[in-house]
Ligand binder design. Sequence first.
Ligand SMILES: Cc1cc2nc3c(=O)[nH]c(=O)nc-3n(C[C@H](O)[C@H](O)[C@H](O)COP(=O)(O)OP(=O)(O)OC[C@H]3O[C@@H](n4cnc5c(N)ncnc54)[C@H](O)[C@@H]3O)c2cc1C
Length: 415
Amino acid sequence: MFDFILTDAQKKLRDEAREFTRWVPREMILDMDAEKLHFPHEYLKECGRRNLLGIRISKELGGRGLGWVEDGIVAEEIGVASYSLACLWGVGADIVCEAVALFGSDELKQAIVVPLLRGDVYAAECLTEPRGGSDFFGATTVARKDGGDWIINGQKRFIVGAEGADWFMTYAVTDPGAPAHKRLTCFLIPRDAGVETKYLYGLMGVRGGGAGRVIFNDVRVPERYALNGINGGFDVFVKNMIPERLGTALMTIGSVRPAVEIATRYTSMRKAFGQPIMNFQAVGFKVADSVMMLDALRAVGYSAALAADSKTAHAGRVRRMASQAKKFITEGAWQIANNCMQVMGGIGYTSVYPLERIVRDIRLASIWVGTNEIQQSIIQTEWYKEYFKVLSKEPVRDVEQDALGADQVEEKVYE
Ligand SMILES: Cc1cc2nc3c(=O)[nH]c(=O)nc-3n(C[C@H](O)[C@H](O)[C@H](O)COP(=O)(O)OP(=O)(O)OC[C@H]3O[C@@H](n4cnc5c(N)ncnc54)[C@H](O)[C@@H]3O)c2cc1C
């Protein structure tokens, strides 16, 4: 985040997160990328020990009780070490814990949130199915009532942290005949209820974070493990849109920042035609564009965080801004990563520098937690609603009337 607007307390928090990121063992990052390590328990344990999980979760449950701005400050620093670690950091503590803290019983809060924020257990979020992720309401995982329990059958895929998870926050159809927003339930399912996981994928990047297939074969869960009650999954899903999208956006800023720093150092030392290559505008301008974009990403991310923290921005506006941040930041980060690789020439494409890993990792950002096309459709929906319900009623100048031919109403044909 921009250091010149941070309070002293926020700077202290940033420095704590930086210190933790410096602690991350190099071997852990390399072993995860080489898929020698499938789930970094040690990372989450240390993060929990330093109380850097659950920045927005209440202190009573073991979090910091702070806001989105502080979450963003920490997320940026967490992202620096590796995008894969940041994904795990965000899914468990930011997404699942927020859902349980908002919609769960005391029993679930004590069983999941408290130990997760200590780094002792992990919880994955399971929406995407083999038949589709974008079409969330078309879920085929089903739950059938049996006495006081529900029996779950189905599969989810690409689930971050599946390999190491103790709990699975899973959406299942509980009322197939009901409209889309009343047919799904969000269950918290313990692994020992019989959940099976498979570490399947040869991922391009974000490796070692345990992403896998999750299989529910007659898995029995008590009804009290449903968040927001049976058929109440829609509200949980909508609330979770903010941590999914905004959280992802903010950590992506941190994951691409090292690319700019590495490219800046390299281009100031590497010489061609008798001078440092940063002196060639074709090179220096790419670095300049990357720095400009990095600050633009921060501005978009920071303002969305302020909106989410404010008591005045209404829910639709916050959803729009979170989706804007997700789309803008993940696409901007991709441009930055590519520019930085380009100015390093051939060596940027090798494992001598981590640029190639950053490029592979950042590519995921536009795809997961809702593709950027889905973010576009949310922005579109929320904007039209907001414009006609709120903005069009504000007493601002009607510039449409300032055209020379504004009074030619017969020419204003709409259908
Ligand atoms: C490494 C990794 C980690 C992941 N982690 C998780 C996780 O922890 N939990 C989880 O639940 N999921 C996770 N995902 C899944 C991810 O969120 C989905 O892959 C993503 O939402 C897209 O779903 P899909 O792959 O089924 O693609 P599809 O939904 O089949 O989409 C294919 C293409 O069609 C486009 N499309 C589809 N519908 C529309 C529409 N209405 N308008 C415009 N375009 C559309 C999409 O944008 C996309 O370009 C992860 C994925 C990966 C690769």
